[in-house]
Write a protein that binds this ligand. Structure first.
Ligand code: GRF
Length: 233
């Protein structure tokens, strides 16, 4: 199938973040391969994105994303959730400590396969984004690509959204649509979804930065000093 990608993404991706702004201080949370981590790091390197990845936090020893962080010279910190069995809040508390230590302003969940608690959500209000491989609110949770195939939808896609307490909910920032082909397997469909994920992941961060510049994000200014030490300005 031939299709023009430009109409499949909404809203459209701004060309570039306003350059007079200070770089956004990001942390990436990732559990696995880290292809989304890579496009963000690459977007920064090539000047598409005026941001800095202060730290990568990963939870699976041996995750492929570690090598990507090494390649870009980004510190990678292992926080293994297995050490916090039935203590999700404590685990999130450790994440917050690490984010504070690395002076992080925005948290990007890029394939972070953990459910976050209100402890983390409240420490970074409207400052955590997540990418999900479906057109939310359809198919939240795990195995979204398989669920879309099983439902027989003809169009699926991916979503970048602000994180709230409920899994894969929270205001939608950007979506890209991906047609489902007759002979798709979960792997072939996911591969095409990921091509679009990489566009909207960078695009959504660019758009957020632009919005922050014009203070459109609710509480953005207030949350400029995140991790619970908020101040009004
Ligand atoms: C992506 O499909 C993302 O939507 C989902 O996990 C996957 C992560 O991929 N939440 P990668 O590790 O960034 O390659």
């Amino acid at each position: 199938m031939n299709y023009d990608n430009s109409f499949l993404i909404s809203p459209s991706i701004p060309q570039k973040r306003l350059q007079e702004n200070k770089p956004l201080k990001l942390a990436i949370l990732a559990s696995g391969s880290g292809s989304n981590f890579e496009v963000i790091a690459q977007g920064i390197k090539t000047g598409k994105l005026n941001a800095k990845i202060q730290v990568l936090i990963y939870n699976n020893p041996g995750a492929k994303v570690i090598a990507r962080a090494e390649k870009f010279g980004i510190p990678a910190i292992l926080l293994n959730h297995r050490d916090y069995k039935n203590r999700r809040e404590e685990f999130d508390g450790e994440i917050i400590k690490t984010l504070a230590a690395y002076d992080v302003e925005w948290v990007v969940m890029a394939g972070w396969m953990r459910i976050v608690t209100k402890v983390l959500v409240n420490a970074f209000p409207n400052r955590i984004i997540n990418i999900h491989p479906s057109l939310l609110p359809s198919f939240p949770g795990i195995r979204a690509v398989e669920k879309a195939l099983a439902a027989g939808v003809k169009i699926t896609g991916c979503t970048v959204h602000l994180v709230s307490e409920e899994v894969d909910s929270g205001p939608i920032l950007m979506q890209a649509a991906v047609p489902v082909l007759a002979d798709d397997t979960p792997e072939t469909l996911h591969a095409r979804i990921q091509v679009q994920e990489h566009k909207i992941m960078v695009g959504a961060i660019v758009a957020l930065a632009d919005k922050e510049e014009s203070s459109d994000i609710p509480s953005a200014k207030k949350a400029r000093s995140p991790h619970g030490i908020t101040k009004d300005n």
